[in-house]
Ligand binder design. Structure first.
Ligand SMILES: Cc1cc2nc3c(=O)[nH]c(=O)nc-3n(C[C@H](O)[C@H](O)[C@H](O)COP(=O)(O)O)c2cc1C
Length: 351
């Protein structure tokens, strides 16, 4: 490929750091991590005021190298420990040149860099030279297209995640599911006693059986609430379909046998609340881990309302108390993010 385009361009634009390789006149190579922005034609690197060994940006080794030998390479990659099917790497080779402040392209690049890296808004990068790289040869390797859809850092994964309610029929590899379950283990738990257990459903007949069993219970509840038979039938079908069509279902359960016993019911109830809080945190770990790995998850609370039905349908071990259903797969479409209240509505400081 000679162009930086398509999924390779999207992947590079969605990452924050690349490794810039230059060489001096004698061919001695150097590599430095750099922040960059892509304007569709050139990749731009600011010569910013992060701590450097020299204060004059034109004395930097990378600048002297480029002036002597403009051929450079920029490597951008994603590494997800334990998920090597998701490794991705883009190598861009091209010619670099130094652009001085005042040039129109420099002004536009500074805007792009400041939009991508808020730290640059307080730095005088508009008054300093920048490096522009024009790609001449691009190599993309691995899951670049998939990784382009997901951010690389936790700061971006947290607001990126969203509940998914409809999935494509693409299968989910077992090691992907294991990786997500493993993420759940690392959340805090009261007294460290890890009061969670997880049932995992992948077989169509198990999912259909669960959907059927929960449906019978729910149907009775809706009828009791006075819903019309047509509404009941429609809501039942939507719910059954959500359960049956999810490629994988995780049923997070509380397991309270290891909870500290108290003589009074008030403290016992507080202990149980702690366990519930902890399970919520474990679920959130799974949601973030799935999203980062390119998968999608939802959250259905229905098992809370029919615990014994779920226990019986899945033949769960004694003491496993089902709390939710987490459908896992690849989203059928990209759902919208639900808006969030501003922080000042939610937070009270002591000043
Ligand atoms: C305890 C809990 C129970 C939930 N139960 C359901 C549910 O039964 N059905 C559903 O579609 N979403 C359910 N959700 C998902 C919320 O609707 C969703 O998180 C919320 O609307 C915010 O959207 P987001 O997750 O896309 O950011 C549940 C979320 C939580 C935390």
């Amino acid at each position: 490929m000679t162009q930086l385009a398509g999924s390779a361009a999207a992947f590079v634009a969605a990452r924050d750091v690349g490794m810039l390789a230059t060489a001096n006149a004698a061919g001695m190579p150097s590599v430095v991590p750099v922040c960059y922005a892509w304007d569709g034609t050139d990749l731009w690197i600011a010569l910013d005021a992060k701590p450097k060994q020299v204060s004059d940006p034109l004395r930097l080794r990378r600048v002297r190298d480029i002036q002597a030998r403009p051929q450079v390479a920029l490597a951008v990659h994603d590494y997800l420990a334990g998920a090597w099917a998701q490794l991705a790497h883009v190598l861009i080779r091209g010619e670099a040149h130094i652009v001085m402040p005042g040039a129109e392209s420099h002004t536009a690049a500074v805007e792009l860099l400041r939009a991508k890296y808020p730290e640059y808004r307080a730095m005088p990068i508009d008054a300093r030279p920048a490096i522009a790289i024009r790609p001449a040869h691009v190599t993309a390797w691995g899951a670049v297209a998939e990784r382009a859809m997901r951010p690389a850092t936790l700061e971006a994964v947290i607001p990126g995640r969203r509940s998914v309610r409809r999935f494509s029929d693409r299968e989910v590899a077992r090691d992907q599911v294991e990786r997500i379950l493993d993420a759940a283990r690392w959340f805090p738990s009261p007294h460290g006693c890890q009061l969670w257990r997880f049932a995992v459903l992948t077989r169509p007949e198990t999912k259909a059986h669960l959907a059927q069993a929960m449906g019978v219970e729910w149907q009775a509840t809706l009828a009791q609430d006075g819903e019309s038979p047509a509404v009941v039938a429609q809501r039942m079908e939507v719910s059954r379909e959500r359960i049956r069509s999810a490629p994988v279902l995780i049923v997070p359960c509380l397991y309270l046998a290891d909870l500290d016993p108290y003589p009074d019911s008030e403290r016992q109830a507080a202990e149980t609340t702690m366990a519930v809080q902890s399970l919520g945190a474990a679920i959130q770990n799974m949601l973030l881990s799935a999203y980062q790995a390119g998968l999608d998850m939802g959250w259905m609370c229905a098992p809370l309302f029919c615990q014994t039905v779920v226990q019986a349908a899945l033949d769960l071990p004694v003491g496993w108390l089902p709390q939710a259903l987490l459908p896992l797969g690849y989203a059928a479409a990209d759902p919208k993010h639900r808006p969030r209240r501003p922080l000042d509505e939610l937070v009270r400081w002591d000043d």
